[in-house]
Each structure stands twice: as structure tokens, then as C-alpha cells.
Ligand binder design. Structure first.
Ligand SMILES: Cc1cc2nc3c(=O)[nH]c(=O)nc-3n(C[C@H](O)[C@H](O)[C@H](O)COP(=O)(O)OP(=O)(O)OC[C@H]3O[C@@H](n4cnc5c(N)ncnc54)[C@H](O)[C@@H]3O)c2cc1C
Ligand SMILES: *[C@@H]1O[C@H](CO)[C@@H](O)[C@H](O)[C@H]1NC(C)=O
Ligand SMILES: *[C@@H]1O[C@H](CO)[C@@H](O)[C@H](O)[C@H]1NC(C)=O
Ligand SMILES: *[C@@H]1O[C@H](CO)[C@@H](O)[C@H](O)[C@H]1NC(C)=O
Ligand SMILES: *[C@@H]1O[C@H](CO)[C@@H](O)[C@H](O)[C@H]1NC(C)=O
Ligand SMILES: *[C@@H]1O[C@H](CO)[C@@H](O)[C@H](O)[C@H]1NC(C)=O
Ligand SMILES: *[C@@H]1O[C@H](CO)[C@@H](O)[C@H](O)[C@H]1NC(C)=O
Length: 559
């Protein structure tokens, strides 16, 4: 994208200093491995010395099962660990969904013979195993100077392929561990009189499982996701971050008090409401790696709930007619149960099968709130099961935290559903789910606290949403290219069908959205996109940080 000179002049005239001194006004060349502009071996070696020798030639995880990198012992470990999300996130070149290793054509498989080709796919060519902000600063400056195709990777869980890149240079934050608790946290530069609040600072590589363990020992709650290995201070929070506790405390992004970031000019900056309110607003929901490389996030913490109720609802159907009826009627029950404080997750493969959670609740309250569902169980061809029980914090941590769909090629297409859409379009949505059976589900059910919505870049649609409905595509690792192409086209069609049903004002959660969403600016950010774009132009005028369907990107993945 071209940054007009006049815009730069306006910035200068307004006294707002662009954070880069770089004179580029055109999109960069994006030098990837194999291009003439890719640095030579000597240059890489000199760079390697500036990052303490932590430059890694990154390979797909199955490379040790093939010549020339074949190693029988290592290959055995890879085969055994293939679907283990802890192992996956430990690998420089592994991704939660295999297609973000393979790309559209290549694949390095554990199932092919030793001499079968191992394709590098879209796994970055080099990565820096960052240990400190300084490593990241060196890497950002090097990438900027050499115009490299730059990627930031944390866990590799991204659903839109935003932590991957063919021939790219990657900054890998996974090993930047560190958790620091605060009794009274005051953001840097806050005016006198701002009182401190309990908080925690997480370094960029922390994952939710470790944070929950530490929080449990400390006796506090940190608003985080339902998965164990998702990063707690990376893409999750940058995109918003939904949580079973979001009804009370908002999305993860709503709980951020401060962040530290290496910006496009290589500076290590503190972002909060006092240092650069616009930039701080943008990273809370602006998504992906469009903004720089986060080195830490400081979250407000909350008291652990005294008690917690978990409940299950299972409504099976025996025919297509009863199936769509179950989906539509269950959907209509969601506004009331989410307004009452329940959050949950649901599969739609047998009918409606969901888990619900509410802090400070009782089984009696669950029974009253979910009575509406028992009417559905009375419908012909439907069988129902309900159960609720008082739980403890520790039991919650053991039951709920899961890492589903690791090592698949699942790609979601989704929309957040408002009460109006649910009231008017439940049947249309149920039919869409049936047509795509069994690939539908609610990745999140809940009415989140929106007190901070205007202070973050998170899509306004969350103010009115009660559930995130997703329909996915998937393929076998060895699926032919034509099948993958057809399925990607199907995902594009799903986006259009969703828009037809929910309308032009609909939107979705950017971290659980289609990598091929056609109208992504509007669907991901609604009316906040323009402000995001102007902030992007100020803080990254030469577009060092790009990623698929990220703010101001000049790179958009084609289906
Ligand atoms: C099993 C599973 C469960 C999930 N559960 C939930 C859930 O409960 N709630 C929810 O809201 N979402 C959930 N998600 C979605 C999750 O929020 C996204 O996958 C998110 O992108 C993961 O971020 P990451 O940093 O772990 O992954 P990565 O793929 O490493 O990074 C994701 C994006 O963030 C960027 N990024 C990462 N770290 C940094 C950094 N330090 N600085 C700048 N940019 C960075 C990357 O470049 C990329 O664009 C889940 C995903 C999976 C696979
Ligand atoms: C970077 O330097 C370290 C230490 O010298 C070395 O082990 C590593 O292989 C180098 N990385 C690359 C990609 O050459
Ligand atoms: C991942 O790495 C951590 C830290 O090195 C290690 O403790 C853990 O056992 C590893 N897990 C797996 C499954 O490889
Ligand atoms: C639960 O109740 C406790 C004690 O009354 C209170 O401190 C806490 O804020 C409540 N939590 C929620 C999520 O309502
Ligand atoms: C809740 O409902 C279940 C199932 O109908 C019932 O067995 C249980 O006794 C009820 N519990 C309370 C406290 O109402
Ligand atoms: C619904 O179907 C699942 C899977 O077939 C089964 O395990 C479960 O018991 C059924 N539940 C009810 C209420 O019929
Ligand atoms: C049920 O719906 C699916 C998807 O629309 C369709 O393929 C199938 O034929 C239907 N089954 C019956 C028995 O109508």
C-alpha cells in the first residue's frame, strides 16, 4: 500500500512523530529465501552473532523422518508426539494445523517413505529463538534493513496462518518465559493518584497452562482461554481473547493494563493509556502481528471464584428435521442463559451438546436457567440429558482445559450472533449447519462484559453477541490439491452465506475466523478499521509487520 507523502507531511505538521526514521514510502520488497535480495551466508552469520547464536535454520517437524535430515530416534519421537500440543508448540517449525506447515501444495509427512521429499512448505526458513527484548530488537532492525519477509511466531496456533510464511524470517517468542505478580500495579507514567491494582506481567512466550498453575498457587484468576497451550501474551490477546470468565471480567484484551513491544523502528516501548493511548488501543484487538513484537503483557487479576457450577446439556436428534429443530431452538435459548452469566462451548455434531460454566452459582440456579432446554427435549425424535454439579477451581482447570483439533487441517468460518439475528434467523442458521454437518459448533457461547469495548480495538459486534458460530472445512494431510482448492472455495462460500443470513453489519472474532474471509476488514473490525489503519500508518509506515488479513497489510492469502 502506498503511503502518500501528504500523509507524512500531515504527521510532521501535527507534531505527531512517526516512530520510524526510515525513508521508505513504498511497500517493501519482501525478500524471502531464494530471492536475489535474500542476504548471503556471511551476512546471516554476522547477524547470528548479534543474537547470541540463536539463529535457527527452521525445518518442518517431520524433516527428521526424511533424507537428508533422517534420524531414526528423532523420527520415532516425532511420530509419537505428532498430536501432542505441548510438543508441537515446542518445535520451531511446527504449527497447530498442518496446512500452515504445508501451504497449498507442499507437505513434509510422517507417513511417507524416508526418501520421499520433505517439502519446506510455508515454514519460515530462518528463526531467531528469542530470549530477550534485545534479540527481538536486533531481529526487527535486521529485517527492516534487509527488507525481509518477517513473521512472528509464538505457539503457532493461529487459525489464519498469520505465524507462518514461505521463505520467511521468523522471530520465535515461545522461549520468552516469565511471570511476575503485582499486588498494586500502576502503569508507567500514570499521573499521581492513580491507584495500583492486582496484576500479573507475562513474558511473550508464556502459555495458559503454566499461567493457570501459577495463578492457582497465588490464589488469583487471570482471564484466559479454555486451551492449555495457547499463548497467554501473544496472538490470543492481540485478537481479543475470549474466556469462560469474560461475562464478568471482559475479554482478555479488556484486562490489559500495559504491554511492552518492539516497534517497527526497533525501539522497545511501554504501551499503556498514558504513553501512547492510540497505539495501546490498537494492540488490544487490532490482531495478529501488525503492530510490532510484544515482549510482555500485564493483565489485571481477579479473585478466584468461591464456587463454580459446571453443567452439561446434550440434545440428540434422530432425523434431519429434529436436528435443525434442536439447533434452532437451542440457539434461541442462548441469549437468556448467557445474560444470566453462563459461558460455554458446544459441538453440533449429534444435535446440541454443550458444557456451561458459571462462577458464584448453584445447581439450583443452573436448573432454573436451563429449564428452557427441557422443552426441546420433549420434541419428537429428540433425546435429552442435563447435568450440573458444583465444582472447584482445581476441577475446573482439569476438566475444561483442552487443546482440541491439534494436527488437523481444520479451518473455521464464523460469525458472532446477536440477539436480533438469533430471533429472526435461527432456522436459516440451523439449515446452514445441517448442510455442513457435522462441521458446525459454537467455539464460544457467552455475553461478555463490554465496559472496555470502546477502549479497545475489538469489534463492536461483541457488545451484542451471545455466541460464536463456526463451520469448518478439513482435509486429510495427503488430500489432492484440487480437493483443497474446492474446500477453500467452499469456505469462501460459507462466508457469503453467513453474510446473507446475519447481514452486512455482522462480524466475527478475528482469532477464530476464516483465513479466506472476503470482506475481512469489515467483518473483523467493523467501524473500527479506519482508526486502526491510521494508527498502523503512523507506527509502521513502511509496513514491516504484515500478515494474512491483518490491519494495513499488503499481503492477503488467496483461497
Ligand atoms: C486448541 C486451540 C484452542 C483455542 N482456544 C481459544 C480460546 O479459548 N479463546 C480464544 O480467544 N482463542 C482460542 N484459540 C484461538 C487463539 O486465540 C489463536 O489461535 C491465537 O492466534 C493464538 O495465538 P498464539 O500467540 O498462541 O499463536 P501464534 O500462531 O504463534 O500467533 C498468532 C498471531 O499472533 C502473532 N503473535 C504471536 N506472538 C506475538 C508477539 N509476541 N508479538 C506480536 N505478535 C505476536 C503471530 O504473528 C500471529 O499473527 C484457540 C486456538 C487453538 C488452536
Ligand atoms: C548460529 O550460531 C550458532 C552458534 O555459533 C550455531 O550453532 C548455529 O548453527 C548458527 N545458526 C545458523 C543458522 O547457522
Ligand atoms: C516442551 O519444552 C519444555 C521446556 O523445555 C519441557 O519442559 C517440556 O517437557 C517440553 N514438552 C514436550 C511435550 O516436548
Ligand atoms: C464471587 O463472589 C465473591 C465473594 O462474594 C466475589 O468476591 C467475587 O467477585 C464473585 N465473582 C464473580 C465472578 O461474580
Ligand atoms: C437439578 O436438576 C436435576 C435434573 O433434573 C435434578 O436431578 C436435581 O435434583 C436438580 N437439582 C437442584 C438443586 O434443583
Ligand atoms: C447422544 O449421542 C451420543 C453419541 O452417540 C451418546 O453418547 C449420548 O449418550 C446421547 N445422549 C442422549 C441424551 O441421547
Ligand atoms: C439430511 O440432510 C443432508 C444435508 O442436507 C442431506 O444430504 C441428506 O440427504 C438428508 N437426509 C435425509 C434423510 O433427508
Amino acid at each position: 500500500m502506498f503511503i502518500p507523502q501528504t500523509f507524512q507531511l500531515l504527521l510532521a505538521a501535527s507534531g505527531v512523530v512517526a516512530v520510524t526514521g526510515d525513508a521508505h514510502t513504498h511497500p517493501r520488497r519482501r525478500c524471502a529465501y531464494g530471492d536475489a535480495c535474500w542476504p548471503d551466508a556471511q551476512t546471516w552469520s554476522e547477524f547470528n552473532a548479534t543474537v547470541g547464536g540463536r539463529l535457527i535454520r527452521t525445518l518442518p517437524p517431520a524433516s527428521v523422518c526424511h533424507v537428508p535430515h533422517y534420524n531414526a530416534d528423532q523420527c520415532a519421537v516425532v511420530k509419537e508426539s505428532w498430536l501432542d500440543s505441548f510438543w508441537r508448540t515446542n518445535q520451531t517449525g511446527a504449527y497447530s494445523a498442518i496446512l500452515w506447515e504445508a501451504g497449498k501444495t507442499g507437505h513434509c509427512s510422517i507417513d511417507t517413505p524416508v526418501r520421499a521429499p520433505c517439502d519446506q512448505g510455508i515454514v519460515p526458513y530462518y528463526s531467531v529463538r528469542a530470549e530477550s527484548a534485545k534479540d527481538i530488537q536486533e531481529s526487527v532492525r535486521f529485517a527492516s534493513e534487509k527488507d525481509l519477509l518477517l513473521v512472528t511466531k509464538n505457539t503457532g496456533h493461529d487459525h489464519l496462518g498469520r505465524s507462518t510464511g514461505k521463505g520467511a524470517f521468523s522471530i520465535w517468542t515461545h522461549n520468552m518465559k516469565g511471570i511476575k505478580w503485582h499486588d498494586y500495579f500502576v502503569p508507567q507514567g500514570a499521573p499521581a493518584g492513580v491507584s495500583g491494582v492486582p496484576a500479573v506481567t507475562l513474558n511473550a512466550g508464556e502459555q495458559w497452562f503454566d499461567v493457570y498453575q501459577a495463578a492457582s498457587k497465588r490464589g488469583v484468576l487471570v482471564v484466559g482461554g479454555s486451551a492449555r497451550t495457547v499463548g497467554a501474551a501473544g496472538g490470543y490477546v492481540l485478537g481479543g481473547g475470549h474466556s469462560p470468565f469474560a461475562h464478568y471480567y471482559g475479554l482478555a484484551a479488556d484486562n490489559v493494563l500495559e504491554a511492552t513491544i518492539v516497534s517497527a523502528d526497533g525501539q522497545h516501548r511501554v504501551l499503556n493509556d498514558f504513553s501512547d493511548p492510540d497505539f495501546f488501543w490498537a494492540i488490544r484487538g487490532g490482531g495478529g502481528s501488525a503492530w510490532g513484537v510484544i515482549t510482555s503483557i500485564t493483565y489485571r487479576t481477579h479473585p478466584v471464584p468461591q464456587n463454580l457450577v459446571m453443567g452439561f446439556v446434550q440434545l440428540n436428534s434422530s432425523s434431519n428435521a429434529s436436528y435443525t429443530r434442536v439447533i434452532a431452538e437451542s440457539l434461541k435459548c442462548l441469549p437468556a442463559v448467557t445474560d444470566a452469566g453462563y459461558t460455554g462451548y458446544s459441538s453440533l455434531s449429534e444435535g446440541f451438546s454443550a458444557i456451561f460454566i458459571r462462577p458464584n452459582s448453584t445447581v439450583e440456579h443452573f436448573n432454573q436457567t436451563f429449564a428452557s432446554f427441557s422443552n426441546i427435549a420433549q420434541l419428537p425424535g429428540v433425546s435429552g440429558l442435563f447435568a450440573a454439579y458444583p465444582s472447584t477451581w482445581d476441577a475446573y482447570l482439569e476438566t475444561v482445559l483442552q487443546d482440541p483439533n491439534i494436527g488437523t487441517n481444520i479451518q473455521d468460518t464464523s460469525r458472532l450472533l446477536t440477539a436480533d439475528v438469533i430471533a429472526e434467523k435461527a432456522e436459516d442458521l440451523a439449515n446452514l449447519v445441517l448442510e455442513n454437518h457435522p462441521a458446525g459448533g459454537f467455539n464460544f457461547i457467552g455475553k461478555v462484559n463490554n465496559d472496555e469495548r470502546d477502549n479497545t480495538a475489538v469489534n463492536e459486534i461483541w457488545k451484542h453477541s451471545h455466541a460464536l458460530l463456526s463451520i469448518s472445512i478439513d482435509w486429510e494431510d495427503n488430500a489432492p490439491d484440487w480437493e483443497k482448492r474446492e474446500k477453500r472455495q467452499h469456505a469462501v462460500m460459507l462466508s457469503k452465506q453467513f453474510t446473507d443470513i446475519v447481514g452486512e453489519h455482522g462480524g466475527t472474532y478475528i482469532n477464530e475466523a476464516s483465513p479466506y474471509e472476503p470482506e475481512w476488514e469489515r467483518v473483523f473490525w467493523g467501524n473500527k478499521y479506519d482508526r486502526l489503519l491510521s494508527i498502523k500508518r503512523r507506527v509502521d509506515p513502511t509496513q514491516l509487520f504484515i500478515c494474512n488479513r491483518c490491519v494495513g497489510t499488503d499481503f492477503v492469502l488467496e483461497p
